[in-house]
Design a binder for this molecule. Structure first.
Ligand code: TRP
Length: 336
């Protein structure tokens, strides 16, 4: 493997299929950066349990679903380490040590925790849910990642991780920092609107296009999406900045976007035509993914082997970092 510029860690909770919001927010960046950065992708099953603890039996399927979405999207297992969070016990160990350095109040005020809790109607929070930013800090730092490609909603967690790392290093190893302060990397599209015009594409709002959707389904869903409500006839001047379809052109159709903006504002292209062009563009993006998905769907053992190899490599990194963490904390009493 060629020498790389740095290390990336990022990932997803295995709670189902990945959609275009995931792709635009972070996955496209990962595919591109994997050749320049040593990339670790975490399938965060423990984090999924913070909300889905009552149905752990879904994880076996969902972990593989995320792996398949990664591979279909163009993650190359020769370049990238894909691994399962719960099978790297060093992450859990680091979470415990880091948890001493944070207060409950700071976690309570984390904006992403607050909005997720509100969205789910949680009144009292479990220890695991409230503390998942600590665990996410361990996800990032156990392998000393310096770059974290994420969507907009994850930025508070990276900010939090930076503070926790600084606290650890200044307390235990001020002269030779053991943990690395990570930086968030936002994409050109840090948040993608939903098909219904909602601010965010999300599974729970049922307004998503999934990477594994079929071409005909996508055409239909795009056809039914909301556009500029003040535009009734084709010749009415459109307002692309309030139109969901235009937002997708901007995200996925970089080349034609300026032409579409002009034609919409000038009343020269109708919404039907504009939607057709978008569906074609999305399907062109997804077509190569469909082929790779087919390949791996036929070879489930190969997918499992990729996860096993990746998880072993992640554990090796974890053992190295945790030895340094214990030494810095003076809790490496003896060798066993
Ligand atoms: N919280 C992320 C999400 O919900 C998933 C995640 C877990 C993650 N650990 C991470 C993202 C570490 C970046 C870095 O999508």
């Amino acid at each position: 493997m060629k020498k790389k510029k740095g290390r990336i860690l990022t990932g997803d909770r295995p709670t189902g299929k990945l959609h275009l919001g995931h792709y635009a927010g972070s996955l496209a960046n990962r595919v591109q950066l994997q050749y320049d950065y040593d990339t670790f992708l975490i399938i965060a099953d423990v984090q999924a349990l913070t909300t889905n603890f009552a149905e752990p039996e879904n994880l076996a399927r969902d972990v593989r679903q995320v792996a398949l979405d990664y591979l279909a999207a163009g993650i190359d297992p020769k370049e990238t380490t894909i691994f399962v969070q719960s099978m790297v016990p060093e992450i859990a160990e680091l979470t415990v040590f880091l948890s001493m350095l944070t207060t409950v109040n700071v976690l309570r005020h984390n904006p992403t925790i607050k909005s997720e809790a509100a969205q789910r109607g949680y009144k009292d929070l479990t220890y695991g849910f409230l503390g998942y930013p600590v665990s996410q800090t361990a996800d990032i730092t156990f392998c000393k990642a310096n770059l974290v490609p994420v969507g907009e909603d994850q930025v508070p967690h990276i900010e939090y991780a930076r503070k926790l790392v600084r606290r650890f290093n200044s307390l235990y190893c001020p002269d030779r920092p053991v943990l690395v302060e990570p930086e968030a990397l936002l994409s050109r599209v840090p948040r993608l609107v939903g098909l219904d015009g909602n601010a965010k594409m999300s599974k729970s709002l049922d307004n998503a296009i999934y990477l594994c959707d079929e071409a005909a389904d996508i055409e239909e869903r795009v056809r039914n999406a909301v556009t500029d409500p003040s535009r009734i006839r084709k010749t009415d001047p459109g307002h692309p900045d309030v139109c969901t379809i235009y937002a997708y052109h901007k995200a996925f159709n970089l080349e034609l976007e300026p032409e579409i903006r002009g034609a919409c504002e000038g009343g020269k292209i109708g919404c039907v035509e504009c939607k057709k062009r978008l569906a074609t563009c999305i399907n062109n993006l997804l077509e190569p993914m469909r082929e790779r998905r087919e390949y791996y769907l036929k070879r489930p053992n190969e997918v499992d082997d990729i996860l096993i190899t990746g998880t072993r490599r992640a554990r090796k990194e974890g053992r190295k970092t945790l030895a340094e963490v214990r030494e810095a904390m003076s809790i490496n009493y003896f060798k066993i």
